[in-house]
Write a new protein. Structure first.
Lengths: 342, 331
């Protein structure tokens, strides 16, 4: 290997962060450590890159994220919006003309019976809704869980006891049933039944509810890890060198927790996608006019017998999305922790 | 042992009280006056009538007193209103539906058998199919059976309950016509109709969970098989069957039992969706409809019942530990 000139001008320092997923080819000038060995993060990245399942699922996920992010662009190129109606393409009973729910060059996934909306653009925007809610709540969940878990594990004593009690109590609440009960109540608290509830309010409400009920798992995990890490020598050394609590918590302990946190994050995403779609299926989560995959499937149940394509298309999309996340999460865990070989 | 049990039960009671307080506060977070909801349309509804209804529901008392009344109602029953408006609600009293004034307890007794049928049947499916599949594929690690089982369980774990239920409905009811439209018949009246009406819900809820449990059981079994006591058992010449069936199974099943106990809550959520998919009138679907009308007594009863089941399941799991795993000693 040859010493290369750093293109980005990054100082040639050694990164202690094992969770860094930078390319293994980022050798910067004058870092002989690179020749001796690779950091755990680089090893994990290499293992991940050699895993075909991980690469396929990652590709699928990138595709889904691109579709979700580019939904307005796709709408413009495709020429049909989620609100457009094509009643002229439905027969007298409200079913789309043609085969498999009216699939055609103009309407790639066909039309929805009854209303006559384009299914493709609804699936595209549905992905956007789903991924937005799932990603935001997963990040929020991790942040709350990690901060409280580290604090509880490191400080111990009364703070630990209180946080632990809150965790125990939250875990005793039936999550899904409580969501079901709480979401409409909170909405009724803020809005008159006659008013229209803004879609963004509903989305943020779901995000907050998901985060409030799920940070406990992360907090438990992180707390357990911190309990053993805090007795290690490097923490003692940092304390002896006069580091403050904040520095020890977030600069010394946190980088060592990157692997379990990443795995939890990646496995939280499909959970939230499922929960959001299920709530919307029950007409409690995201409602009209926000496009949503769960609600599309609920709407399709009325036409199940006559137009199964209406159920199959959003259902399969959701299945692929969750499957890709699960596969990638599993692969990531294997890459980060080679002992869990299966 | 007794001390441990008492401690666990006390903790469970404490948790239930906390859940009931939160649910009760939720009930009062609803800004609409339940008396107005009950009163119906605005024209025929006079302020006197609203006042009368408020009195009958006990809504004119302070919050703490109302909570005390509600809790007392569950254990000893209570009387709503006073004088000629008085109405008896025998224990366990969960109040009256805002919408049609039916006692909530009657609604629960009518709908709970449906939900219980779904959950119990599904649990049998997933424990037998899931754990069995996981165990077998762990013992035959790397075989085609193992690989097929992994693929199926991965796909199953990523499937949505309602999508899977609808798929089953399309295939077995609409296309092949092998099964009747799912519905609930009391097993006491007609056991055959009960089974044939519940088969799809059982498989819908059970199969998806069994996917998760197969993965879990496989991982647990593999971990157990690599432990020292298994090698010791093999080395001292125990037959394979005894090593796997007695030593490994008992150790591997313990964490699965824990998760199963914790999963009761999720299963109840799954039951809600299953009932909605198949249009069955169980407690979950009743609760979803009640939520839409902010019919809070029904919602509260559902949340409390669910919490009760979760807490009880956790105690049962702790006790099962001792029975299953010889390494666990309660202290």
């Amino acid at each position: 290997m040859r010493v290369m000139t750093a293109q980005t001008g990054v100082p040639p320092s050694i990164e202690p962060d094992p969770g860094a997923t930078g390319e293994p080819a980022t050798e910067s000038a004058g870092a002989p450590e690179r020749f001796v060995g690779r950091s755990p993060g680089q090893l994990a990245w290499l293992r991940l890159r050699r895993d075909p399942v991980a690469m396929v699922s990652a590709g699928l996920l990138i595709f889904f994220f691109l579709v979700a992010l580019g939904a307005p662009l796709i709408e413009r190129l495709y020429g049909v919006g989620p609100r457009d109606r094509f009643s002229e393409l439905l027969d007298s009973r409200g079913f789309p003309l043609g085969y498999a729910g009216g699939i055609s060059g103009d309407h790639w996934f066909g039309l929805t019976p009854g209303v006559g909306r384009d299914l493709f653009i609804h699936v595209v925007y549905g992905l956007r809704t789903s991924l937005f809610i799932a990603t935001t709540s997963a990040v929020l969940t991790i942040v709350i869980g990690v901060v409280l878990g580290i604090i509880a594990g490191y400080l111990g004593g009364v703070i630990d006891a209180v946080i632990n009690w809150i965790i125990d109590f939250t875990l005793a609440m039936p999550f899904f049933i409580f969501c079901m009960a709480a979401v409409p109540v909170v909405i009724s608290r803020f809005f008159d039944p006659r008013d229209e509830v803004p879609p963004s309010f509903r989305m943020w409400l779901l995000i907050v509810v998901f985060a409030l009920f799920n940070w406990t798992y992360t907090a438990r995990l992180v707390r357990g890890q911190v309990l053993s890490l805090r007795e290690r020598e490097f923490v003692e050394a940092a304390r002896a060198a006069g580091a403050g609590t904040g520095h020890i918590l977030f600069r010394e302990l946190l980088p060592n927790l990157a692997a379990p946190i990443l795995v939890t994050l990646s496995l939280n995403l499909p959970t939230f996608i499922t929960a959001e779609a299920a709530l919307s299926f029950l007409n409690i989560g995201v409602v009209e006019p926000t496009p949503d995959l769960g609600r599309l499937i609920f709407d399709s149940t009325t036409y199940l017998r006559a137009d199964p394509a209406y159920t199959l298309i959003p259902g399969t999309t959701l299945f692929l999305l969750v499957l890709a996340f699960n596969l990638f999460g599993d692969a990531l865990r294997d890459a980060l922790d080679p002992r869990s070989g299966r | 042992m007794t001390r441990f049990l008492i401690k666990r039960v006390l903790l469970a009671v404490l948790t239930l009280v906390a859940v009931s307080v939160v649910t009760f506060l939720l009930f009062f977070a609803v800004p609409t006056n339940p008396a107005e909801v009950m009163c119906g349309n605005a024209r025929s509804c006079t302020p006197e009538r609203i006042e009368m209804l408020e009195e009958r529901l006990g809504l004119n008392e302070p919050l703490v007193e109302q909570y005390a009344d509600f809790m007392a109602g569950i254990f000893v029953g209570r009387t709503y209103g006073e004088g000629e408006l008085a109405r008896e609600c025998p224990a366990p009293c969960l109040g009256f539906s805002f919408r049609n004034d039916e006692p909530v307890m009657d609604i629960v007794t009518r709908t709970l058998p449906v939900t219980a049928s779904i959950v119990v049947g599904a649990a049998v499916v997933w424990l037998v199919v899931g754990v069995g599949l996981g165990m077998v594929s762990a013992l035959r690690r790397g075989s085609w059976f193992d690989r097929a089982a992994i693929t199926v369980s991965l796909a199953g774990a990523s499937m949505q309950i309602y999508f899977f239920g609808l798929l089953l409905l399309i295939v077995f009811v609409y296309e092949l016509g092998w099964l009747p439209n799912p519905g609930y018949t009391s097993p006491l009246e007609d056991p055959v109709a009960w089974v044939s009406g519940m088969l799809l819900p059982w498989f819908t809820l059970g199969f998806l969970n069994s996917a998760v449990y197969a993965r879990l059981a496989r991982a647990q079994m593999l971990e157990t098989l690599s432990e020292d006591f298994i090698r010791t058992a093999r080395a001292k010449g125990l037959p394979r069957r005894q090593v796997y069936g007695r030593h490994a199974l008992r150790a591997a099943v313990t964490p699965i039992v824990t998760i199963a106990g914790l999963d009761i809550g999720n299963t109840l959520g799954g039951a809600v969706i299953t009932e909605t998919v198949f249009g069955m009138h169980g407690l979950g679907r009743t609760a979803v409809q009640a939520v839409e009308f902010l019919d809070m007594p029904i919602v509260m009863a559902t949340v409390l019942l669910a919490a009760f089941f979760i807490v009880v399941a956790n105690i049962v799991v702790d006790l099962l530990y001792v029975v299953i795993d010889p390494r666990v000693r309660l202290s």
